[in-house]
Design a protein around this ligand. Structure first.
Ligand SMILES: [Fe+2]
Length: 580
């Protein structure tokens, strides 16, 4: 059975193909269109997926869209009517921009792909998140918690999943919290208030939180309150996201927290305002963590299960995930590489396969590499044409040369195999560098990533060596498989890992298993033999405000425009002409 999954029209569109129960490929539209967080209908992603899978559109058994457009329309209409007349400008705007497209999804899919309407299915948004989390994790029974900004109405869902010995699958979502009460919206409101881009820069708030103290927790608790049933509610006096598209926080919010930051104003932690922003970030981060820890503790008591699967964009919060692992009572916590809406394309396809069609259970391969492959020969061709120094090396020599480059302080653009699904570079589209000196972090921020100084860089380490350098609770290595947890760097190593140790002594590490990415694992070992430490700085291969590179030529173009010293794709190694 051949199923195409699609997510679109909110943020981060994507497509995925599942054949006979297993993913064949998946890719985010932004990686192909080269527009960051591209939310348009993912035509390029669909075309690539079908071509890669060798399937004509008319051979598809089903096309599954990751949410129910009419329910979403119902939510937006209801909120607009409730907020009338304040919403009188927001509603026509929402209708005009994306809502119109959202309602006519069936028609859009049908006309673009030539697929009859009866083959087009819809899952609920949080069912897609739940399926993306549970059906890709190596567990047969688990509690599930999904949380994001909003889908149709739900902003958080809890339940459990089971892959039964007879091959059938069940995903049961027991309860949900509904819009406008939303952890994702709470965090996004603070993201906007702190002058960052909503639905994109939430991780900057998490980075900034490391510089602050949670001095405003009491204030944050006035805008989000626990309810007697163990859930939470927002005090809507402080918010406007539910009534207008223009601003997410209200005047009382500003009275409570002070004037918002202008996005053009640099954050200077030496000033009173700068410290207030950092404290504000630390406070909302703390309240988010506490809320999730409370809810997952209750879920653990209720289900009695040892495993928990987390989904939804909030599951990208690695600090919260680490606290859930340490404090909820769950022994293992699984977060997929793409817990956000991009991963819903795959989630929706898997949900349709297992639940709608009732097809037999399959083990989904436990890796994030579902996109287009980088072609070393293509890189060699374009780099030679431009007169750069090109070496095509055998595997052993390439690994040794790259380890040598890294030990000499060179910055490597590293492309290998199939592109990752999700926002993390997990070893196939990475910028790699020595992790030891703080100067390397500053050089990367200044010459390559062109980004704020408070943003930390992440390390990658072979899973066997992770415990030596990082303090992980039992189960931490699983969370670190896809960089989903933030853990302390052991104090005795912080000085020698200065480029990847955040100001609060932590790091969002990737603990790499050889099986998942043998080449990078070999490179880490080779680097360890030279430097004494098999740890590298690993940041996504992109410049600020650009999507992660996909094809080798995009990596090449990025390489030419920034301070990367050496570019590797497959067995091709390129150095810049002037550095000959
Ligand atoms: Fe979502």
């Amino acid at each position: 059975m051949k199923i195409l999954g699609i997510s679109a029209h909110y943020h981060d569109s994507a497509a995925a193909v599942v054949v006979d129960g297993l993913p064949i490929c998946a890719v985010q539209e932004e990686r192909l269109s080269r527009r960051k967080s591209d939310a348009t209908f993912p035509l390029s992603a669909i075309e690539w997926c079908l071509e890669h899978a060798g399937i004509e559109a008319d051979a598809l058994d089903a096309v599954v869209f990751y949410e129910r457009p009419m329910l979403k329309f119902d939510r937006i209409l209801t909120c607009a009517l409730r907020a009338f007349p304040r919403s009188r400008r927001a509603f026509p705007q929402a209708m005009k921009s994306s809502l119109g497209e959202k309602i006519w999804v069936r028609g859009i899919i049908s006309s673009h792909l030539g697929v009859p309407g009866r083959k087009i299915l819809f899952t609920e948004h949080h069912q897609s998140h739940a399926a993306a989390a549970f059906l890709t994790a190596p567990t047969r029974r688990a509690a599930i918690l999904t949380t994001d900004g909003v889908g149709e109405w739900a902003t958080l869902a809890i339940g459990h999943g089971e892959r039964r010995p007879n091959g059938s699958t069940a995903i049961t979502l027991l309860r949900e919290i509904r819009f406008p009460h939303s952890l994702g919206m709470l965090y996004s409101t603070f993201t906007a208030y702190l002058g960052f881009a909503v639905n994109q820069d939430e991780y900057k708030v998490m980075g900034l939180a490391g510089y602050g103290r949670p001095t405003m927790v009491d204030k944050v608790r006035r805008v989000i309150r626990p309810t007697p049933d163990g859930a939470f509610e927002l005090d809507l006096d402080y918010f406007e996201f539910h009534t207008t598209a223009e601003r997410s926080y209200s005047s009382p919010f500003i009275d409570l927290f002070g004037p918002p930051r202008d996005s053009y104003e640099p954050i200077d932690l030496e000033t009173e305002d700068g410290r207030r922003y950092a404290d504000c970030a630390a406070s909302v981060q703390r309240v988010l963590e506490d809320t999730l820890v409370e809810m997952t503790r209750a879920l653990h008591r209720e289900t009695g299960l040892p495993d928990l699967c987390l989904g939804g964009g909030v599951a990208l919060n690695g600090v919260a995930n680490a606290r859930i692992l340490a404090e909820s009572g769950f022994e293992r916590v699984f977060v997929p590489p793409a817990p956000g809406d991009a991963g819903c394309a795959l989630g929706a396809a898997l949900y349709a396969d297992r639940i709608h069609f009732g097809n037999p259970d399959r083990d989904v391969p436990d890796h994030p590499f579902w996109g287009p492959r980088a072609d070393g020969a293509e890189l060699a061709r374009v780099a030679r044409e431009d007169g750069h120094l090109v070496d095509e090396l055998d595997e052993g020599t390439l690994i040794d040369r790259t380890a040598e480059d890294l030990a000499a302080g060179r910055i490597i653009g590293w492309m290998d195999g199939a592109l990752e699904l999700g926002p993390r570079a997990l070893g196939h589209r990475s910028i790699l560098a020595a992790p030891h000196a703080a100067g390397m972090r500053d050089r990367l921020n200044r010459d390559i990533k062109y980004r704020e100084v408070f943003r930390p860089f992440a390390p990658v380490v072979p899973v066997e060596a992770a415990d030596k350098y990082f303090e992980m609770p039992p189960g931490g290595a699983r969370l670190a498989r896809f960089m989903s947890g933030v853990f302390p760097v052991r104090p005795e190593w912080r000085a020698r890992l200065a480029a990847i140790t955040h100001v609060d002594g932590t790091a969002r590490l990737q603990a790499l298993e050889r099986d998942m990415e043998p080449r990078l694992h070999a490179l880490l070992e080779a680097y360890g033999r030279r430097s004494g430490m098999p740890v590298l700085l690993n940041t996504s291969f992109n410049l600020a405000d650009e999507p992660i590179v996909n094809r080798a030529v995009e990596g090449y173009s990025t390489f030419l425009r920034c301070g990367i010293d050496v570019l590797v794709a497959g067995h091709t190694r390129v150095t810049k002409r002037e550095s000959r």
